[in-house]
Structures are given as C-alpha cells and as structure tokens.
Design a binder for this molecule. Structure first.
Ligand code: HEC
Ligand code: HEC
Length: 335
C-alpha cells in the first residue's frame, strides 16, 4: 500500500498537551482492541488462552518451551535474545517480537506474512522450531484427554467439537488481544498531565515528529494504522528498510542480508519491505530490528535516522528521542 504521510510540523509551544494540537497520529492507547466478528472475546476464552500460553505441554509431550518462553510477558514480551532457541536448540528465523498491544497490528510477523492472530497461531503450531507436536492432531488429542482442558474448552466454545486446533488458535488470539499496556507516561501526557514526561522527552517527541520518524511510526502503536476504516485486518503497512541503502550500518548489522517481504511473496517490488513495528514499550524490548543485531536503543535510533531519513543526529538529539521512546513504556499486567 502507498505511503501515508501524516507528517505535520510542530510549531506551537511545548507546554500544550498533544491532544490540544489534535495530532491524530499520536494517540493514547485505547481501552480495548477491535474484536473480529468471527471470534469475539469472552472471559472464558481469555482464561483458556492464558492457560495455553503458559503451558509447555501445548507445544509437545516433552516440550520445555511455552509461548511465554520466547514472548516472556514479564520482561516486555520478549526473551532479550538476538534470535531465540527453538524446541531442539535451533535458532528462530528472525528475532522474537513483543506481544504486548499486538491486537492493534493488522498483519503479523516482521514481514507481515500472516493475516490474523488466529492464522498466525496455527502457523506457529505447525512450525517445527516452535512446536514439537508430531502433528496438530496429536496436540488436540492430548488436550481432549486432559479433564481440566476439556472443561475449559467446553466453557469457552459451547457446542460440538469444543477441543480443536481452530479453537486453540481462537482462545490464544483472544488472550493476545487482551495484552494491553495502558498508562505510559506518554499516555498520561497526551491526556493532559503536562508533567508526566521530562523536558528531554518533550523535545524528543517534537524531533520524532519534525524529523520524519512519525511519517512511518504513527498511530496507536506508532506502527501505522490500527485495524479500522483506514486498514482492515490483513492489509499491512509496509516500508522500505533500509530506505537509504549504502550506509555503514548495512554491513555492520547485516541490514541488507534479509530481503524482507520478498522472501515470503517473491514479488521484486517487495525487496527490503518490512511491516512498520510497534514502538510502545520499545525501551524494554531490546535487542532491535528483525535480526536482533542492534543491542541498544540509542544505537537503534542512530541506525533509523541514517537508514530511513539519511540524517545523523547529535548525541543530544539521540538522547532526547530515547527519552521520548522511554515514555512509551506502559503498565504490563496480564489479565
Ligand atoms: C522458540 C520461540 C518462540 C515460541 C516458543 C513462540 N514464538 Fe511466537 N514468535 C517467535 C518469533 C521468532 C516470531 C517472529 C517470526 C517472524 O516474524 O518471522 C514470533 C511471532 C509471533 C507473533 C507475531 C508477532 C508480530 O509482531 O507480528 C505472535 C502473535 C506469536 N509469535 C505468538 C506466539 C504464541 C501464541 C506462541 C505459543 C503458541 C508462540 N508465539 C510461541 C518465537 C516464538
Ligand atoms: C520510512 C519509514 C520509517 C521511518 C522514517 C522510520 N522508521 Fe523506524 N522502522 C521502520 C521499519 C520498517 C522498521 C523495521 C525494521 C526491521 O525490519 O528490522 C523500523 C524499526 C524501528 C525500531 C526498532 C523496532 C524493534 O522492535 O526492533 C525503532 C526503535 C525505530 N524504528 C525508531 C525510529 C525512529 C526514532 C525514527 C526516526 C529517526 C524512525 N524509526 C524512522 C520504518 C521507519
């Protein structure tokens, strides 16, 4: 899809909260995620999804990994590794992304190759790096044989055939849509508490907007449009990365080694196209980028400035942007 550019120069004084300016590309976190018509959330589904998420037995009889091993909710939704280790020590193809606020993304994976959380779960369950089930049928049989699971599935999906792979995916997706991180200092600021973020973070926010970061990183997750009128589930917001090829970072961090969406679609026009990722909680989800090669947030900001905007920021400017990004860390408590 074509580039949306909501980029507007900030010219007013720094003391006004953003809501007063009416910058629609900077939004507080909504209270809830839009639910798909064919899988609306319920308390029973969310609690079943939570049980599955933390249970290694979901991913194989002798699995030592649960969803939470890689997407560790207590540490920002990531495991802090460059790439994660799978069931038998294999490395994952790309770095593990956070699942906090994931329900506001219209497509899943770094390259957006999955169209819904339900579809993505089924894809993971068939992936031998993630799942050690001989086949999905074996997993379903194991869940059927466990009395507590059978009851939880029947409560969440009343009717015939409650225990099924599709319902595992529905329950996990409902749980994931409930993973929200409200009340970040940024959200408090944008709702009108002028002192919720530091002067440096306020300068960083203006620079983030004025220098062009916000032309890609806008909206609820700073990752482009959330599901809604602008973009339906399955439509992705993609951008080139590196946008300016040839900087020293390409080689230093292997930025041009992975062809992005092209690897999934084979479409030449999608070489180096990536989904714009979530910046909420970015301060606690190191390391950075699809290959996890950049260890610190200030270096990630320098890389973005150079590769995406063709700019070199001063140390002070980098510090201000990092202070702004630090203000995006919200409250993380699983339901
Ligand atoms: C071995 C580590 C590992 C385990 C275990 C694991 N995942 Fe993942 N997950 C990943 C990696 C790596 C990616 C990114 C893959 C990519 O983009 O190509 C990912 C991507 C995702 C995404 C898409 C995130 C985004 O930003 O689009 C979701 C949702 C997800 N996983 C949910 C789960 C669920 C639910 C489970 C348990 C059934 C699970 N994961 C188990 C490593 C793991
Ligand atoms: C042209 C669009 C574009 C612009 C402009 C842009 N970004 Fe990005 N940003 C992306 C894409 C795409 C990625 C994902 C890169 C990848 O695949 O690893 C990304 C990744 C990031 C990441 C790492 C996210 C993670 O989870 O590892 C940070 C931090 C970031 N951007 C901050 C910024 C800042 C700060 C600016 C301004 C200096 C900026 N971006 C400008 C598109 C953009």
């Amino acid at each position: 899809m074509s580039r949306i550019s909501p980029f507007l120069p900030l010219t007013l004084g720094l003391c006004l909260p953003l809501s007063v300016w009416g910058f629609e590309h900077f939004q507080p976190l909504p209270k809830a995620v839009q639910q798909p018509a064919d899988n609306p959330a319920s308390t029973e589904k969310i609690s079943l999804g939570k049980k599955l998420f933390f249970d290694p037995a979901l991913l194989g009889t002798n699995s030592t990994l649960s969803c939470n091993s890689c997407h560790k909710l207590s540490t920002g939704g990531v495991d802090g590794k460059t790439v994660s280790r799978g069931q038998h020590g294999q490395y994952t193809y790309r770095s593990t992304p956070t699942l906090w606020n994931i329900g506001f993304q219209t497509v899943l994976y770094w390259d957006g190759r999955s169209r819904s959380l339900e579809e993505q779960t089924l894809d993971h369950l068939r992936d031998p790096v993630i799942s050690d089930n001989a086949h999905i049928g074996a997993m379903v049989q194991r869940l059927m044989d466990a009395e507590d699971y059978r009851q939880a599935f029947e409560a969440a999906f009343p009717g015939e055939d409650a225990v099924s792979a599709d319902n595992v995916a529905r329950a996990l997706a409902s749980f994931e849509r409930s993973l929200l991180t409200p009340d970040s200092p940024f959200d408090q600021y944008i709702r009108g508490d002028e002192n919720a973020i530091s002067a440096s973070a306020r300068r960083g926010m203006v620079l983030f907007n004025d220098s062009g970061c916000a032309s890609c990183h806008f909206g609820v997750n700073f990752a482009g449009p959330a599901p809604g009128p602008a973009m339906g589930p399955g439509d992705g917001f993609y951008e080139l990365f590196p946008n300016h090829l040839g900087s020293r970072y390409d080689e230093q961090y292997g930025l041009a080694d992975d062809l992005g969406r092209f690897e999934a679609t084979g479409n030449l026009r999608e070489k180096y196209m990536w989904r714009v990722p979530i910046l909420r909680n970015i301060a606690v989800t190191a390391p950075y980028f699809h290959n996890g090669r950049v260890k610190t947030l200030d270096e990630a900001v320098r890389v973005m400035a150079k590769t995406q905007l063709g700019k070199e920021f001063s140390d002070g400017e980098v510090q201000d942007i990092v202070a702004f990004l630090n203000s995006l860390t919200g409250r993380m408590a699983p339901p």
